[in-house]
Design a protein around this ligand. Structure first.
Ligand SMILES: [Zn+2]
Ligand SMILES: [Zn+2]
Length: 246
């Protein structure tokens, strides 16, 4: 599968030339995962899958506008647009898309998506605290994991709702490398938080170094990054692209 990372900016004020757009992962030019920017509609995807109804993943939450592409998500939504709840795998042409429940918010449901095409597979998690162990077999193994770069510190920022006990927030990048390293050889981070924008080159190096510790290839993505799920490692020279507008 051919991937284009459309956006790598988390829900922050900060921005930089190669990290200015909100979440969006495009597969083979036809399946779009998250629509953090309205302009992603210009690509004319055939289907849109939303990890959760936060505006940096679903622009229409704060900017109501019609969307004439079928949209699916972990819960239904009905306004100027319709999101259909999806809680079981679907087959679309050569693709099988499996939603996997995730922990992230106390107000909205969230899901990761496992996408398979023939022998190739990828997991896109959206914002993430954790995925329950009972679901890990679904992505054991997976060619590529694309996940949440909100926070660099171990433990991330996780809170517990006093009334319901629901956990919400984001895990740290080291926690997510530890979670996914047993299942994949490549982990790509998107959705960067404020920490990333303080010194982008240093941040990219910090992320890449975490992979060495676990024996996996780990990278920070940039807006417009293209890659193949079949590649065994990330393309060379990726880390220098950001300086030239990627
Ligand atoms: Zn979120
Ligand atoms: Zn987010």
């Amino acid at each position: 599968m051919h991937l284009t990372v459309l956006g790598t900016r988390g829900e922050v004020e900060e921005s930089a030339p190669s990290h200015s757009r909100h979440s969006g992962i495009l597969i083979d030019g036809t399946l779009l995962f998250d629509i953090g920017e309205k302009e992603y509609l210009d690509i004319r995807p055939d289907h849109i899958f939303i990890t959760h109804l936060h505006p940096d993943h679903a622009f229409f939450i704060t900017d109501p506008a019609p969307v004439d592409v079928p949209m699916y998500g972990p819960e239904a939504y009905e306004d100027t647009v319709t999101v259909t709840m999806m809680n079981a795998p679907v087959s679309l042409g050569p693709y099988t898309i499996t939603p996997i429940p995730t922990h992230h918010s106390k107000l909205v449901r969230s899901a990761a998506y496992l996408v398979r095409r023939g022998e190739e597979s990828l997991l896109y998690t959206g914002d993430l605290i954790w995925i329950n162990r009972e679901f890990h077999h679904l992505f054991d193994p997976v060619d590529l994991v694309i996940t949440d770069g909100s926070l660099i510190r171990k433990g991330g920022r996780i809170r517990r709702d006093a009334e319901t006990g629901t956990l919400y927030g984001h895990s740290g990048i080291p926690d997510l490398v530890r979670l996914f390293a047993p299942f994949t050889s490549r982990i790509l981070f998107v959705h960067f938080g404020s920490w990333f924008y303080e010194d982008i080159d240093a941040a990219r190096e910090k992320i890449a170094a975490l992979g060495e510790e676990y024996g996996v290839s780990v990278r920070a993505a940039h807006d417009g990054m293209e890659l193949e799920t079949a590649d065994p490692v990330f393309p060379r020279g990726q880390s220098s692209l950001s300086r030239f507008g990627g």
